[in-house]
Ligand binder design. Structure first.
Ligand SMILES: *[C@@H]1O[C@H](CO)[C@@H](O)[C@H](O)[C@H]1NC(C)=O
Length: 182
């Protein structure tokens, strides 16, 4: 009998809690294809919207996700983002995705997505010697990305090296060396 109440309480708690920490505001209409020219727009919600009567299938189509991106950079990884900027039909739909390619021993550096939560599927396990690919999904039409190392050591204007030296408790020369990498 007691376990029955426990289940009910757990179910109520589950309904009352939400795991998502960041998301787009709820869309106000079924779809809203983003247009650059406000003169040909109907109403505003995130980006200007194309008159729904003029929306076409192409506004919801993206091709090229099957093509690996060039990973010959220092990190050995690269991502192809599909968001409202290159798939206008995503405007106000609150979703986007990206394909991440890894070279052997490549890595996707520590980062955060300020406007979205991410789900990630790795299709091949990256054990070092092989290429790998992952597909990420976001609960945002453009989740944004902040790469931690770039934000901390590559900011413009620079963060005062004295601040970083104390914050990271390292030699000031190391901080200056890291700042020079950007
Ligand atoms: C990522 O891949 C694209 C397409 O292959 C390429 O144009 C771009 O320069 C690459 N970016 C980096 C940082 O390697």
């Amino acid at each position: 009998m007691k376990s029955k109440y426990l289940i009910v309480i757990m179910a109520l708690l589950a309904l009352a809690c939400s795991l998502a920490s960041a998301y787009d505001p709820s869309p106000l209409q079924d779809f809203c294809v983003a247009v650059k020219d406000p003169a040909s727009a109907l109403f505003v919600n995130g980006k200007f919207c194309k008159d729904p009567k003029l929306a076409s299938a192409n506004d919801f189509f993206f091709s090229g996700l099957n093509i690996p991106s060039d990973t010959s950079n220092l990190l050995g990884s690269n991502s192809t983002a599909v968001n409202v900027d290159n798939l206008a039909g995503l405007n106000t739909l609150g979703v986007s995705l990206s394909r991440v390619d890894y070279a052997p021993y490549g890595l996707n550096p520590p980062h955060t997505h300020p406007r979205g939560s991410e789900g990630l599927i790795h299709f091949q396990l990256n054990v070092g010697k092989t290429k790998a690919v992952a597909l990420a999904g976001f609960n945002s039409q453009n989740a944004g990305v902040i790469t931690i190392a770039n934000a901390v050591f590559g900011s413009d204007p620079k963060i005062n090296p004295d601040v970083l030296t104390k914050a990271f408790q390292v030699d000031k020369k190391l901080v200056e060396y890291l700042q020079k990498q950007f």
